[in-house]
Design a protein around this ligand. Structure first.
Ligand code: FES
Length: 373
C-alpha cells in the first residue's frame, strides 16, 4: 500500500519521469552499441546497411534531398548516429549533461520519424514519434536532484534556498510544502559553483562525448572476439562465423551462382518464417530496383519467389502475413497473392507486385538476386 506522502513523492516530475528516463536511456545505449556490433550496418554494400535503408527511406521521406547529400558518407553518418545514441543513453541514465542528452534524443528521434517512420501509416504505429515526444518531456522536466551525482548537478537543479525564484521546479515544490522547505533550509548550503552554468554545461557535454567515444571504441574489440549482432550474428548462426564439426563434410551440389548475382537471404532464413525481407542493394545493376525493399516467399510447393515489396498503389512496403500466407499492405489494405505472381486479391493496388529474379544456390544455401534473370 502506498501512502499519500509516498504517492506525492512519486508524482514529482523527476520521479514520475524516471521510468521513461531509464527505458529511453537503456534503449538508446543498447541501440548505439548494437549498431556498432553489427558488421552490416556500416557496410554500404550490405543489404541491411544504413546506406541501403536510407536509399529506401528517400523514396517516401520529406528529407529525401538531405538523404541524397549524406549518401556518399553513410559510414561516417552511421558511426555518428551510433556514438550519439550511446552518449544520449549514458546522459539520460547518469544525469551527465542530461538536457543535452535529452535534446539529442529528441532531435535524433524526430529525424528518424521523418525518415524511417515516415512511410508508416497510421502515424501512431511508428515508434520514433513517441520517442521524440518522450525526449521532449525529459528535456522539459529535467533530471531532478535525486538521481544525479551531486557533482553533475547543474545550478538549476541544486536545492533551492528559501525564497528563491518560484518559477523553478524546486521553488514551486517548496512553496506548496512548507515542511519540506524547512527541511531543505537545514541542509548545508549549496556548494558555490566556481564555473558558470554555461561552462559547466560545455564541460559536462565534453565529458559525456569522451565517455561515449570510449564506450564506442570497445565495439571493434568485442567484434574481434566474435560478439556480433544483426546480419553478422545471423551469418554466424548459419555457420558463416566458425568452422563446423570436423567430421567429413557432406557432399554438396556444385555451385550454381550466375555471375553478378547478389546474395540477399538464405534458404534457412526464409524456410523458418515462410518469408524474408531484404533491401535491393543500392549498387544493384538495372533492371533490379536499387534500394527498394524486397520480400522472398517460400511457396506451398517449396519453391521460392521474390517480389519488390513496394506497393503498387502508393508505395508503402508490403508485409508477409504468415497466417494467411498473403502479402499485405498496411497503408490501404491491399492484398497480394504470392502463390499467383503477387496478383491483387483486394484493395486499391492497380497491379501485382513486380517480380524479382532470384536463384537458389543449393551448394551454399543462399538466395541471390540475378540481374541477368
Ligand atoms: S499503398 Fe498499399 S494499398 Fe495503398
Amino acid at each position: 500500500v502506498i501512502s499519500r506522502s509516498q504517492l506525492r513523492r512519486l508524482a514529482t516530475p523527476a520521479t514520475a519521469l524516471l521510468p521513461i528516463r531509464i527505458f529511453f536511456g537503456a534503449t538508446f545505449l543498447w541501440a548505439g552499441i548494437d549498431k556498432l556490433l553489427d558488421p552490416a550496418f556500416l557496410d554500404p554494400a550490405a543489404p541491411t546497411s544504413l546506406h541501403a535503408q536510407l536509399v529506401a527511406f528517400s523514396r517516401v521521406s520529406p528529407l529525401s534531398g538531405l538523404i541524397g547529400l549524406v549518401l556518399p558518407i553513410t559510414p561516417v553518418i552511421g558511426a555518428l548516429i551510433a556514438v550519439g545514441e550511446i552518449g544520449i543513453g549514458i546522459g539520460a541514465l547518469s544525469g551527465l549533461a542530461f538536457r543535452v542528452a535529452a535534446a539529442g534524443g529528441a532531435a535524433l528521434s524526430a529525424l528518424l520519424w521523418l525518415t524511417a517512420s515516415w512511410g508508416t501509416h497510421p502515424y501512431y504505429l511508428g515508434a520514433d514519434l513517441p520517442y521524440a515526444i518522450g525526449w521532449i518531456a525529459l528535456l522539459i522536466g529535467g533530471p531532478g536532484d535525486r538521481y544525479v551525482p551531486s557533482r553533475w548537478r547543474m545550478p538549476e537543479t541544486a536545492p533551492a534556498e528559501p525564497g528563491a525564484a518560484a518559477n523553478t521546479t524546486h521553488g514551486r515544490r517548496g512553496g506548496r510544502d512548507g515542511g519540506r522547505r524547512r527541511d531543505r533550509g537545514r541542509r548545508p548550503p549549496p556548494r558555490v559553483e566556481a564555473a558558470s552554468p554555461e561552462r559547466r554545461l560545455v564541460l559536462q557535454a565534453a565529458t559525456l562525448a569522451a565517455i561515449s567515444a570510449v564506450v564506442a571504441s570497445l565495439a571493434p574489440m568485442l567484434r574481434a572476439w566474435g560478439v556480433v549482432t544483426g546480419e553478422g550474428a545471423r551469418a554466424h548462426d548459419l555457420g558463416g562465423g566458425s568452422p563446423g564439426p570436423t567430421t567429413a563434410p557432406a557432399t554438396r551440389p556444385p555451385s550454381t551462382i550466375p555471375p553478378g548475382a547478389i546474395a540477399v537471404s538464405t534458404v534457412a532464413a526464409v524456410s523458418s518464417r515462410g518469408s524474408a525481407s531484404f533491401t535491393v542493394p543500392f549498387n544493384a545493376p538495372a533492371p533490379l530496383p536499387a534500394g527498394d525493399p524486397g520480400v522472398i516467399v517460400q511457396l506451398a510447393d517449396g519453391s521460392f519467389v521474390a517480389f519488390d515489396a513496394v506497393c503498387t498503389h502508393a508505395g508503402c512496403t508490403v508485409e508477409w502475413d504468415r497466417r494467411d500466407r498473403l502479402l499485405f499492405c498496411p497503408c490501404h489494405d491491399a492484398i497480394f497473392d504470392a502463390e499467383h505472381g503477387a496478383a491483387v486479391l483486394d484493395g486499391p493496388a492497380p497491379t501485382p507486385l513486380a517480380s524479382l529474379p532470384i536463384v537458389v544456390d543449393e551448394a551454399s544455401g543462399r538466395i541471390l538476386l540475378n540481374p541477368a534473370g
